[in-house]
Design a protein around this ligand. Sequence first.
Ligand SMILES: N[C@@H](CCC(=O)N[C@@H](CS)C(=O)NCC(=O)O)C(=O)O
Length: 150
Amino acid sequence: MSVLDSEVFQAFSTYAAIVGVKILLMGPLTAYYRFTKGAFANPEDVALKPAEERKKLLVTHPDVERVRRCHQNDLETSVPFLVLGLLFALKEPSLAVALLHFRLFAGSRLVHTVSYVGALPQPCRALSWMVGMGVNFSMAYRLLSSGLML
Ligand SMILES: N[C@@H](CCC(=O)N[C@@H](CS)C(=O)NCC(=O)O)C(=O)O
């Protein structure tokens, strides 16, 4: 049986898809905030609006910027998760250990998004970020400690 048929790889594929879809949804969420807050980024985005309204719509809005920062933070943490998680899954860890890492990461990113977009008081966001970072470092440690080829 190939490693690609293993339960660990299936688990990784499932959580990679969940994390990937979650990041993809940040684009539509940003667009939603742009429309509801009336804050657009480019002149062509408001070209169909009456000329006197256009300048007022070409502004930044704190809520739009918040969603954008959340999206960027997703990329900073989830791209490493996708790379490290794939390599980790290919090393065939036990299913329980793999699931613990993948579930903690996906859960931490959902909590991070709710904390950031919902402006929840700290340390909600910081703690959720730390859990995700911890998972990434744990997978990196397991990969590096299983054998170095320098
Ligand atoms: N690039 C991040 C690095 C540190 C980080 O990711 N901190 C977490 C927990 S406080 C965070 O949510 N930062 C907010 C952000 O990235 O916009 C930053 O500028 O803050």
